[in-house]
Design a binder for this molecule. Structure first.
Ligand code: CA
Length: 220
């Protein structure tokens, strides 16, 4: 899952960026409001972590513009303890949740997972797809009641596809979800991971829609 972190405080940004990457998220970090807008226009993020007090354009203005153009990306506001009015405004302007600084990184990732889960229409924490179960909090995969070892990218790819069965993702979209800015990618990495996943879970688990992309069909 790829997230945009808009935070100008270097220490907070650094620790959030590091913590989320360790937790398997792909995170792009911007330090001002205009950079955030540019990133949001170029890349389809799974979530936005938005500091309200940003240089050049503040978080509320970014949020308003985002919702005004119909962008439904989940937004989690990072806010100061005394900024109650800002939090309320943020929620009223379409933010999905907020967290008060200083916050615990584990709580932040739990809130992000909750927001992502609601957005994909799931109430339960575990992603279930037929005989396959994925736990986004531990990155464990169970298939036919047995644990299956997956690399970070294999899990990430499977999580994207299994969270939205029936939706077809192009190779570019999948690549965007696996890699952040500045990360080297080889041209056929998505195909390589799909090949590995099919070996582990059966050829039929991921369908190739010719000329369009990849999908996990809705289980009957
Ligand atoms: Ca700030």
């Amino acid at each position: 899952m790829r997230l945009l972190l808009a935070e100008d405080d270097r220490m907070i940004g650094d620790s959030v960026h590091q913590g989320l990457c360790q937790d398997g998220f792909v995170v792009d970090w911007v330090r001002d409001g205009l950079e955030a807008e540019l990133a949001l226009e170029t890349i389809e993020y799974d979530g936005l972590l938005l500091d309200l007090g940003l240089p050049r354009k503040d978080g509320i203005a970014i949020l308003k513009a985002l919702r005004a153009r119909g962008d439904t990306v989940p937004v989690l506001i990072l806010t100061a303890r005394d900024a109650v009015a800002n939090r309320i405004e943020g929620l009223d302007q379409g933010a999905d949740d907020y967290i008060v600084k200083p916050f615990d990184l584990d709580e932040l990732t739990a809130r992000i997972r909750a927001v992502l889960r609601r957005r994909s229409g799931r109430a339960q924490a575990i992603i279930q797809y037929g005989a396959l179960m994925l736990d986004p909090s531990t990155h464990q995969a169970i298939f036919n009641s047995k644990p299956v070892a997956l690399s970070r990218y294999e899990f990430a790819l499977l999580e994207v596809l299994a969270s939205r069965p029936g939706l077809v993702f192009s190779r570019d979209q999948l690549e965007q979800k696996l890699y952040g800015w500045g990360q080297e990618t080889e041209s056929n990495t998505v195909e390589v991971y799909i090949h590995k996943l099919r070996k582990k879970f059966g050829v039929g688990i991921i369908r190739n829609i010719h000329g369009v992309g990849y999908t996990m069909t809705k289980p009957a």
